[in-house]
Ligand binder design. Sequence first.
Ligand code: B12
Ligand code: SF4
Ligand code: SF4
Length: 250
Amino acid sequence: MDPATLTQEIKKYALTHGAELVGVLSPESIDDMPKYWTEWQVKQWSKKTSDYMDSPMSILVLGYHAFDDIHEAQIAHNGKIEYPVYERMRLYARRVMRQLEEKGYECVVYPFNLSQKKMAQLAGLGTMGKSSLIINPEYGPWFRLQSILTDAPLVPDEEATDDPCGDCTKCIDACPTGALTPYVIDSEKCLIGITEIELAKLIEEDLQFTVYRDTPDEVFREHMPRFTKNSVLMCTTCQKACPVGREKHE
Ligand code: B12
Ligand code: SF4
Ligand code: SF4
């Protein structure tokens, strides 16, 4: 099958199996990015695509619409945090992966130490907004990312370059902890920046947020409300403030 037909076929499959957005980039375009350090919890240097696979040819980026607050659920269980909706996305991404594998291609789902945000921009899904999230013209910040590194020869899309923000600073103004400066997030200040081990303990033992951070506990409880006894909803205040794609989230 020629690359153009294969690309069309796999994109169509992804869009009819859970994804709302799909794009392709070349491994070279992300490997050209300078090495970076991920601080929050991960504490690792970024990798190159060849660290994941011998002969990478393409990366497929999949965007899943976060259409409801339930997407933000974090469940504490036995000292760990579970993300039910991320499991749903992974399942969908695996289905796409199986289509490529059946054609004889090798795949790695969600190569974590490649910047998912930068790859989404290079694959044309959207551009980085001042909230530091990738903003799509239709869905705004309300989508989550999965990606598939593969040796299948897919046709790359154009990088997205539109500025979604202009003079707007609504996300920066709305953040209750001052975690945002244009295009950069400080995970030490962001409410979600609490580590998963700390959060699980906080939920399971009903601790005050101030055990871990200076931010008052009321601020944490307002922006990271309890959903059930064992779960919270992640803060979405900067996303809710964004005028782009606002109607796309309940
Ligand atoms: C650690 C992490 C966090 C940290 C913050 C650190 C950070 N830098 O984003 C915390 C825990 C606080 C966090 C919070 C959230 N996160 Co988060 N997070 C990640 C994670 C696991 C790693 C990101 C990271 O730190 N990389 C290291 C840094 C250095 O790289 P980077 O941010 O990718 O940065 C590169 C580009 O941003 C670019 N760059 C930097 N500056 C600029 C400026 C401009 C103008 C441009 C164009 C590019 C650019 O260069 C950087 C590399 O040097 C990714 C998944 C992943 N594996 O990539 C998800 C991810 C970024 N998070 C995501 C989401 C959705 C959230 C939350 C909304 C949580 C939620 N409710 O679901 C909040 C939003 C807070 C916010 N306003 O950003 C999504 C983003 C989707 C999107 N539409 O953009 C991702 C991709 C997860 C996913 N699979 O969907 N997150
Ligand atoms: S998720 Fe909440 S705390 Fe984090 S940057 Fe956005 S508004 Fe601020
Ligand atoms: S709220 Fe405004 S500044 Fe922030 S990402 Fe959305 S458009 Fe950009």
